[in-house]
Design a protein around this ligand. Structure first.
Ligand code: NAD
Length: 246
């Protein structure tokens, strides 16, 4: 199966990858779903919706503080590195990601489309000031919720898309344009149950792309795929990169 995936990618002219939380699991960042996922610990609507954030930013930040510490210290793993190498070698056009951790960019991927925003910056909803997440993270030790250093407001929100918020239009449009042009669509580390992100491979298939799924567990899209590999992305992707000489 790894050989078949490598053969498809080696001959592709416009291969695009969609990544999910699973690609960062081996960097120590918990996924939402699947074994050990965050949803087994928290109620998603309570911790990750815009309504609950606006009602009580301190509660949001108490949970986010723990996740931020993990995400800010995480390093890209061999899976991120393999995708960056495939792009550099001309075998991948772009990375469309549901992740907000910024690890694709750290590992050297150049064209990264973030469908759910970035957790690396924080915006004050009152005055609009943008700050690095690391600066806000440091202040969480002394103030909860954190205050804006510009206006003193207490509605500082990471620039991620919370439940109930609109998706970033430019990123969505770019992702679907890429999907329509794709001849190979690779999906890595996503449960493929979050929409509209899961529509990206669907649009690619409808436009004639071959689908490759690499995930620790079965996904609802496995039956549409030319190749399905149930495994860890940090092991499977470097093997594919090696086979195609990336
Ligand atoms: P998900 O949590 O729904 O699914 C992750 C999938 O990855 C699961 O099916 C799991 O079996 C698989 N997986 C776990 N470890 C793996 C590994 N080593 N190799 C391959 N597969 C592995 O994630 P999703 O589909 O991305 O959707 C959930 C939402 O979670 C997204 O909207 C995303 O914004 C958000 N999220 C992001 C991060 C992050 O930025 N790293 C972390 C958690 C959640």
């Amino acid at each position: 199966m790894v050989e078949r995936a490598a053969a498809l990618l080696a001959t592709a002219h416009h291969a695009v990858v969609l990544t999910g939380a699973g690609v960062s699991a081996e960097s120590g960042i918990p996924t939402f779903r699947g074994e050990g996922g965050l949803w087994t610990k928290y109620d998603p609507v309570k911790v990750s919706s815009i309504d609950s954030f606006l009602a009580d930013p301190a509660s949001y930040w108490r949970v986010s503080k723990e996740r931020g510490t993990v995400a800010l210290s995480a390093r890209p793993n061999a899976g991120h590195d393999a995708l960056a190498a495939m792009e550099a070698a001309g075998h991948l056009v772009a990375v469309v990601t549901q992740n907000t951790d910024g690890l694709h960019q750290v590992s050297g991927s150049r064209r990264v489309i973030e469908l759910h925003g970035s957790g690396r910056t924080v915006r004050c909803l009152e005055c609009g000031k943008l700050e690095p997440r690391a600066d806000v993270q440091a202040r969480l030790e002394v103030e909860m919720p954190p205050r804006c250093p510009n206006c003193g407001g207490t509605f500082l929100k990471p620039t991620v898309v919370l439940f109930g918020e609109p998706m970033p239009t430019d990123a969505i449009n770019e992702a679907f344009d890429l999907a329509r042009q794709a001849d190979v669509m690779l999906v890595v580390g996503s449960s493929l149950v979050v929409y509209p992100a899961a529509d990206v491979p669907l649009v690619a298939i409808r436009s004639g792309a071959r689908l490759i799924v690499i995930n620790a567990e079965p996904t609802p899209f496995d039956r549409f795929a030319a190749v399905v590999i149930h495994g860890r992305s940090g092991e499977v992707l470097p093997e594919i990169a090696r086979l195609i000489g990336a």
